[in-house]
Write a protein that binds this ligand. Structure first.
Ligand SMILES: Nc1ncnc2c1ncn2[C@@H]1O[C@H](COP(=O)(O)OP(=O)(O)O)[C@@H](O)[C@H]1O
Ligand SMILES: [Mg+2]
Ligand SMILES: [Zn+2]
Length: 438
């Protein structure tokens, strides 16, 4: 078979619908026990299985073995319904047919018995576009349909569906598919496609698909189209997706943790000279910082499935990064990058702004806002925990006395400065020490 992956891998049974067990389980149970309603509302994000499930429901009702929770998938009804060519299963897009005339027409046709199937099923997509006037034309048939008639309304915006529809339907909410389930699904698609895909590529696809199965399959499709004879490797996928290489993000975070200005500006240079968009980099960096914040707050986040987009060795690197940065510092860096992203919108020199953002993230010492002070306090604490006797030896004695008198003579009482204060390249002196008291 040819065509887009997401068309070729349309689920044919409820068991094949990924990540929607709360819906498919309930529908299968209703089919098993014969407790079927005549009108359903399927809500949820795009590409998560609403249309597919509506077709499976229609097939379950009309399969030669039906009504059954497990349609056979091979009988005439099953096949024509899955392909969307059944005479008795009609899909209507309310976005283009949201009009009263169509509803009247539908009402008239609804009273004819099905042509060849047991049930006549209307699947009304974009149900939030159905106007009250149009639905009123349908109201009677939806409220008291002939026994062979079923409705499935599908929508991405259940809140906008008029109350008269909502109150007459059983509502099933589809969800974004969690990364783990999505990755497993993509793995099985790659296997049946017979292509060799570097396991590190799938997390990238999962991330790009953002929980939508269809979007993920589209991304995978595009990558496979660009894959060489020996499969799809990580570098190629990163390039095709225009993503920031994870290595660059690691370098950036490590540089922030070490207050290493030289490296962080080198990273910016690499981003730009490799043709990447500085905004994209800032966005990816923000996402990484967010994940580190989660990791710092939930040490067993990987086991809990909170960081499913990462490979095991990446998780280990991130564990180290958390240990070196601390929650306040991570959160401040994220704030700085987030604010920078807003400034970068529409700027003519995103590179310059990215450099300024990195400089700001590097230098809490230059800020007197509470979050900068918190970062410095956190660094002090970490140093104290790491063993009081390995305190800094480079601290300028002039800045120390005030602190020393309040916190005792411990060597860690100096200001939280790295031994060699970072300098912003070419932009002049960076204030590395707090001004001594008057
Ligand atoms: N939950 C899912 N499990 C497996 N495949 C899915 C799922 N959701 C979407 N897909 C894939 O995406 C395609 C489009 O899904 P569809 O059911 O039309 O989504 P929706 O109607 O929610 O926008 C399907 O053909 C299938 O390849
Ligand atoms: Mg759909
Ligand atoms: Zn069948």
């Amino acid at each position: 078979m040819s065509g887009a992956l997401y068309n070729r891998y349309r689920p044919a049974t409820f068991a094949q619908v990924v990540g929607q067990e709360h819906v498919t389980g309930a529908l299968m149970q209703a089919l098993r026990t014969g407790r079927l309603h005549h009108a359903y509302l399927f809500s949820g994000p795009r590409g998560c299985g609403k249309t597919s499930s509506a077709r499976i429901l229609a097939a379950s009702l009309n399969c030669v073995n039906g009504p059954t929770p497990e349609p056979c998938g091979v009988c005439e009804q099953c096949v024509s319904i899955r392909r969307g060519v059944s005479m008795d299963v009609t899909e209507i897009d309310a976005a283009s047919h949201g009009l009263v005339d169509d509803a009247r027409d539908l009402r008239e046709r609804a009273f004819f018995a099905p042509a060849s199937a047991r049930f006549k099923v209307y699947v009304v997509d974009e149900a939030h576009m159905v106007t009250a006037a149009a639905f009123n034309a349908l109201l009677k048939v939806v409220e008291e349909p002939p026994p062979y008639l079923k409705f499935v309304f599908a929508t991405t915006e259940p809140d906008k569906v008029i109350a008269t529809i909502r109150s007459r339907t059983h509502h099933y909410a589809f969800r974004l598919v969690p990364p783990g389930a999505l990755r497993d699904h993509l793995t099985s698609v790659c296997t049946s496609e017979g292509v060799d895909v570097d396991p590190a590529v799938l997390p990238l696809v999962v991330r790009a698909g953002a929980g939508s199965v269809r979007d993920s399959l589209s991304v995978l499709d595009q990558l496979l189209a660009g894959a060489g004879p020996d499969g799809l490797g990580y570098d190629r996928a990163v390039a095709l997706l225009g993503l920031t290489d994870g290595v660059l993000l690691d370098e950036a975070v490590d540089a922030l943790a070490a207050r290493d200005g030289a490296t962080s500006f080198t990273v910016v240079d690499k981003v730009v000279s490799s043709g990447h968009d500085p905004r994209r980099f800032a966005m990816d960096l923000l996402e990484r910082l967010r994940d580190l914040i989660v990791f710092a707050a939930v040490p067993d986040a990987p086991a809990k499935g909170l960081l499913e987009n990462y490979s095991l060795d990446q998780i280990e690197r991130m564990r180290g990064q958390c240990g070196r940065m601390g929650p306040a510092e991570l959160s401040r860096a994220a704030d700085v990058v987030h604010a920078g992203l807003k400034e970068m919108r529409g700027t003519t020199s995103p590179r310059l702004l990215l450099e300024l953002v990195m400089a700001r993230a590097l230098l809490p010492a230059a800020g007197s806002d509470p979050s900068a002070l918190l970062v410095r306090l956190e660094r002090l604490e970490r140093r104290a925990e790491a063993g009081g006797n390995t305190g800094p030896s480079h601290d300028d004695a002039a800045a120390a006395p005030a602190a020393a008198t309040t916190t005792g003579p411990g060597p860690s009482a100096g200001p939280a400065q790295p031994p060699t204060p970072a300098r912003v390249s070419g932009t002049g002196e960076v204030r590395a020490q707090p001004a001594p008291g008057p």
